[in-house]
Design a protein. Sequence first.
Length: 369
Amino acid sequence: MELVSSNPKQKSVSESQWLDWKWQIQNRIKEEAELEEYIHLSSEEREALHSCAEVFSFSTTPYYLGLADPKDPNCPIRLQVIPRKEELHVRPWDRRDPLAEESHMPVKGVTHRYPDRALWYLSHVCAVYCRFCTRKRKVSQSFGTPGLEDWNDALEYFRNHSEIKEVILSGGDPLNLSDSKLDYLLGELKAIPHINQVRIHSRYPVTLPMRINSELCTVLRKHYPVYLITHFNHPKELTPLVKERIEMLAKEGAVTVLNQAVLLKGINNSVETLTELFYGLTKIGIKPHYLHQCDEVFGSSHFRVPIEEGVEIMKQIRGRISGLSVPLYVVDLTGGGGKVPLPANYLEETKSSSYVFRNYKGDLYEIGF
Ligand code: SF4
């Protein structure tokens, strides 16, 4: 398999180290001096690394940084992981907890907001800290990470609430846990008769694809069916290693993989980029599921795209590519109101016995009822 990386560090480690997810975690880049070994930082990036450090940690795997353009500060990988001074700007609509996850927390580490679903935060750690993270109020901070006692309280809560049909393992990144812990937690969840499905939300297929290995796939297959939702935002992230490990997830792990992208200004807010991303995902066996409007989390307004622009981009995409590759554009309402679809309006006029539609090309079609 071809290893894709312009990363100088890759040349100084063996292939087996490079493909070892624990090596990637242990060798995460967290400091300016280490970062400078890989890319030429702009003065703005260098300044923001220091000024934003207190607000949200910086960290990236060597693998993910290896996808970045060392010379271009506007590279879509760099924009996702390297702080910018705009993160210090807090706008009137920005919130620490935009989805009101903490105020619907019956036991530590569990958000139970919708009757049939519960979100379970298993870790505060991620391989890469995405600058637009909705949970930056707690992700990257070691305090408050749920422990074994909290896990048992959460499992007891799930057992006692028969209205819960789905548990979503989230974080931080739940794949940061060892295979044996995941095996234990999945086993306990699957033993609860009223739990219909278990979903894992992880960005490791993007930022640390070597985490997907045969050992993990054995655990996931054992607890079939498991759904994995990942978060690819740009076609540059679809590397040969990703392709190999997604195939492994499907064939060895029997896992169904879907993608939730975030619409991000300067990173993917164009018809061409998203078309390439959605087709690229489908090609390697990942169903594009949602395109999310960026949440109103503090210090992320520079990433937000106006909703009208997002709707127009999706309208053009829907006309161009197969429906299988088109996700649903949604906004998760600030304050905990839930997801709302953001469809384009194709209905131009309702007549007494017909409807008039305008298609993606602007042509009018009339159908009766
Ligand atoms: S992987 Fe997810 S939880 Fe972790 S920093 Fe990125 S967006 Fe936040």
